[in-house]
Design a protein around this ligand. Structure first.
Ligand code: BMA
Length: 888
């Protein structure tokens, strides 16, 4: 019961009441709460779409049902007008879609009450990209930036009853071409997939649209168009809260000094009271309020708040992810508005201090230096609106499972949906946030700069209450590209020196002035970093003593994998190595007769020129030739996992000199051979299972070099680590050759060499091709981390056939898989065909005689699992003839 009303439909309840009673309730509401100022509804129903261009087939010029939010490619797919864009090489024949103009239209009704309100506004959270918006035949908006929110006062163009909303989307390529063709030179882009239609002129540098839509070295080219984020109709009287910013002025464990910065739109000058109620789970709520006079227009009201002994928000591994709920109410003379904001309190510093290695680059959260462990994130789909909250959650949980505490939201995609940041807040994953510049040169006209400035303001304001967001970075690789990339060098020589200088100055204005000022003004508690990699315009932008580094000579330049261990950066924000996705994923886009690395389809799903050949080249350096295509796929994953493990452990061993390891890349936007550790279908590659181990908070990491093995113990925890490392030298056939135990007494947050072993002494008379060393870190009697050292290139070792035995059974209703082998088995990896199975572990080394049992998350039956199971390992994936020959 509410106020004596029976529960149920409030309207029905009111009908039953006598008029005076209604009036009484109304008056109580007004006096106690004021009248809700804002009403909002989405305009997502009844949309239709069609092609505008005359050149396309008539079928595309008929009105068809459309989904909003959505893009034209997925609308065409839903209407079965095009084949699956990701299948085989369908991408190539679907390029016309992005070169065509499209229109979308719907009708919606508006009642007199809404029309009677002071303000009626259409709000577009995202229009992709050149959109002309017409309401009842009136052009109410022309937009040219998919990253901005557009709010249009439209009362005068609305009518009671049916209204027509029509949006024309111009092909971003064709719209710009005529203008760009007249320019004396063309700004360089990054995308690898320009169509003939662009006539060699990249249009994307001039377009505020996700750069990867134009193709990337892991992504197809799908130039999308459409209403990609929600549309609302909002109406209000009197006042409206347009933004709430929980500004964190000073955060300490003893006290948090913050303020709620409440932005209020007011129709008229009026007196208002702003009240903020705040609390965290387990803490009693408190209230702060301010009375103020609002001017007509936009007002910003500061409500200062001090919280004694606040519950702070910590990154994963350093404490809880406590958050406070702030309920803000603004009561004007008649109307009121309210808004709720969830935020976590934490201090953030990007600490850059001179030291013996140059200048540090480390994130310090709540006074604690955090070694950043994580990966770069790219958009989750070529068609952004179809990414569900569940997909975000799954991938971020996977990141968390691999002990990641940071992701980099890379600048060639799109500013992500709120849900991604909410998940990062919840899981304690820090976000390095790039502005959306993927490496293309930037125009310098005032209109472009202002467009970017507004985009920055929109997105900084949208994301600034998320405690997970700890850095705004100007761009990805634009600066290093300008200084170092071959095509840029060529370009610089092809334009007059004053033009060259002007282009650089345009860069400086955007990334040193405009974006930096936007962050200073709208998120003053966050650091800004102009470019990744970079050194904040200080000398030596690509050096390893100052700033962050992208290291790509392993992979792009075919340098040996060991070269990772020669790098001495301060923070490694990118390094990567490719592999193929699981066979199940490959089967979603290729036919069995295309299962070859040089088939048209497999080349079409490899966007880095020469990528498949590069995988093969590296593979043959390390392993014997795989015996068939599925073995090649398996081996590519092991190769990638071993490469990234080599780098990641090295970067961790370097702490505190180096304080970050973000590998390239966490996810995929379609099924493809790429640097990802989780493929498009959500399946983990070998790398992700490896990451769970190499990113764990406490690990043993033996480093074999120059005839010795240095046994490192890495401890990221805030407590010291006491335990032992057990070293065993074993023959592949299982014989224990020697054993020793090394005490561990490691400081909190440290990387320590707990012992150095001469390889000769360790091996004694043993044949290095027949033995391995295994290291187990033992804490409280439990082995918590293991690492294996091999004495030579894998293909030269005399690894025996492993005969891995795999037994499926059920424990407590859950399927489990037990694996064992009589001899050493390298990188035992199992799959279940096309079934979706998440294993608690996979792709691990089996010691002779050892049994490892893993649990399986799946909806598949034991029978189905049994039928689909295949188990692989490095020896058995190799071609038998080759194995026999080289093993002699
Ligand atoms: C990096 C990224 C991306 C690219 C990746 C692999 O430098 O910033 O542009 O996809 O390399 O080449």
């Amino acid at each position: 019961m509410i106020l004596g009303l029976p529960l149920g439909s409030p309207r029905a309840a009111l009908k039953r009441l006598e008029l005076p009673a209604c009036l009484l309730i109304f008056m109580i509401c007004v006096c106690t709460f004021g009248i809700a100022a804002v009403q909002s509804r989405t305009i997502h129903e009844g949309w239709r779409f069609r092609a505008l261009s005359e050149e396309v087939q008539p079928a595309f010029r008929e009105w068809r049902a459309a989904s909003v939010p959505g893009v034209v490619q997925t609308d065409l797919l839903e209407n079965k007008l095009i084949p699956d864009p990701f299948y085989q090489t369908n991408e190539y024949q679907l390029q016309w879609i992005g070169l065509t103009d499209w229109e979308y239209q719907t009708e919606f009704t508006v009642d007199q009450t809404t029309l009677g309100r002071e303000h009626v506004e259409l709000v577009f959270d995202g229009l992709d990209t050149f959109a002309e918006v017409w309401l009842n035949g009136h052009n109410i908006l022309n937009s040219e930036n998919m990253f901005r929110t557009w709010r249009v006062e439209c009362k005068k163009d609305l009518q009671a009853g049916a209204n027509t909303l029509r949006i024309v989307f111009r092909s971003p390529v064709m719209k710009l071409l005529p203008k760009l063709e007249k320019l004396p030179y063309h700004l360089l882009s990054v995308n690898t997939a320009q169509t003939g239609a662009e006539r060699g002129i990249p249009t994307d540098p001039f377009t505020r649209k996700a750069p990867y839509h134009y193709g990337w070295d892991w992504g197809p080219r799908f130039v999308t168009l459409g209403i990609w984020r929600p549309v609302h109709l909002e109406s209000w009287d009197g006042l409206r809260i347009s933004d709430v910013y929980i500004r964190q002025d000073r955060i300490r464990t003893e006290e948090a000094q913050i303020r709620a910065q409440v932005e209020v739109e007011s129709s008229v000058p009026q007196v208002a009271k702003v009240t903020v109620e705040y609390g965290a789970p387990g803490v009693s709520t408190d209230t702060a309020s301010v009375s103020t006079k609002l001017n007509a227009g936009t007002n910003v009201v500061d409500v200062p708040i001090r919280i004694a002994s606040p519950k702070l928000w910590y990154p994963a591994g350093y404490g809880n992810q406590d958050r406070y709920k702030f309920s803000v109410v603004v009561r004007g003379s008649k109307e009121q508005d309210r808004r709720e904001v969830l935020s976590g309190l934490r201090s953030v510093e990007l600490r850059r201090q001179k030291d013996q290695w140059g200048k540090s680059f480390e994130f310090v959260v709540n006074g604690i230096p955090v070694f950043a462990k994580g990966a770069n994130v790219i958009p989750f789909d070529s068609f952004l609106p179809r990414v569900t909250p569940e997909r975000y959650r799954k991938i971020l949980l996977d990141a968390r499972a691999a002990h990641m505490n940071m992701i980099r939201e890379w600048g060639g995609g799109a500013y992500e949906n709120d849900v991604l940041y909410e998940l990062c807040d919840e899981l304690g994953i820090l976000v390095w946030q790039d502005f959306m510049f993927g490496g293309a040169l930037v125009p310098g006209d005032a209109e472009f700069q202002e467009n970017v400035r507004q985009e920055a303001i929109d997105n900084i304001k949208r994301l600034r209450n998320h405690p997970s967001v700890v850095l705004w970075c100007g761009n990805n690789e634009t600066e290093t590209g300008w200084k170092n990339w071959g095509d840029r060098m060529y370009f610089k020589n092809s334009v007059p020196p004053e033009e060259r200088e002007r282009i650089w100055q345009d860069y400086v204005v955007l990334f040193r002035d405009i974006l930096k000022s936007a962050v200073r003004e709208y998120a003053p508690d966050l650091p800004y970093w102009p470019s990744s990699p970079g050194s904040n315009f200080e000398p030596n932008p690509d050096g390893q003593s100052n700033g962050d580094v992208h290291y790509w000579s392993v992979w792009h330049a075919l340098n040996p994998i060991e070269d990772y261990t020669k790098q001495l950066p301060r923070f490694m924000s990118e390094y990567g190595f490719q592999s193929f996705p699981e066979m199940a994923t490959i089967r979603t886009f290729a036919q069995p007769d295309e299962f070859a690395i040089n088939s048209r389809t497999m080349q079409g799903h490899q966007k880095n020129t020469g990528g498949n050949e590069r995988i093969l080249a590296y593979m043959l350096r390390e392993y014997r030739e795989p015996k068939d295509f599925p073995s090649f796929v398996y081996m590519s994953q092991v190769l990638q996992a071993e490469a990234i493990k080599t780098a990641a452990e090295h970067l961790r061993r370097l702490r505190p000199r180096n304080m970050g390891s973000l590998y390239w890349q966490l996810n995929d936007c379609w099924p493809v051979a790429s640097w990802s550790s989780i493929d498009y279908t959500g399946r983990w590659k070998a790398l992700h299972y490896y990451a769970v181990r190499f990113y764990d908070d406490q690990i043993v990491s033996p480093f074999r070099h120059d005839g010795k093995i240095e046994i490192f113990v890495i401890n990221d925890k805030l407590q010291p680590l006491k335990g032992t490392v057990r070293q065993r030298l074993m023959a592949f056939d299982g014989k224990l050759l020697s054993e020793s135990v090394h005490p561990v007494d490691a400081l909190a947050q440290s990387s320590t060499v707990i012992g150095t072993v001469e390889e000769k002494t360790l091996l004694g008379n043993a044949d290095p091709r027949q033995v391995f060393a295994v290291y187990d870190l033992v804490r409280d009697g439990k082995a918590i981390s293991r690492n294996v050292v091999l004495f030579g290139v894998t293909r030269d070792l005399q690894l025996p056939h492993a005969n891995v035995e795999a037994k499926l059974s059920q424990v407590d209703g859950k399927p489990v898989l037990s694996l064992s082998a009589p001899v050493f088995a390298k990188a035992v990896g199992f799959t279940f065909g096309d079934l979706m199975v998440q294993a608690s572990d996979n792709y691990f080394d089996l010691l002779p005689g050892e049994t490892r049992t893993v649990t399986l998350e799946t909806t598949a039956s034991i029978d189905a699992l049994q039928k689909a199971l295949t188990v692989n390992n490095v020896t058995d994936a190799s071609a038998p003839a080759v194995t026999a020959r080289t093993a002699q």
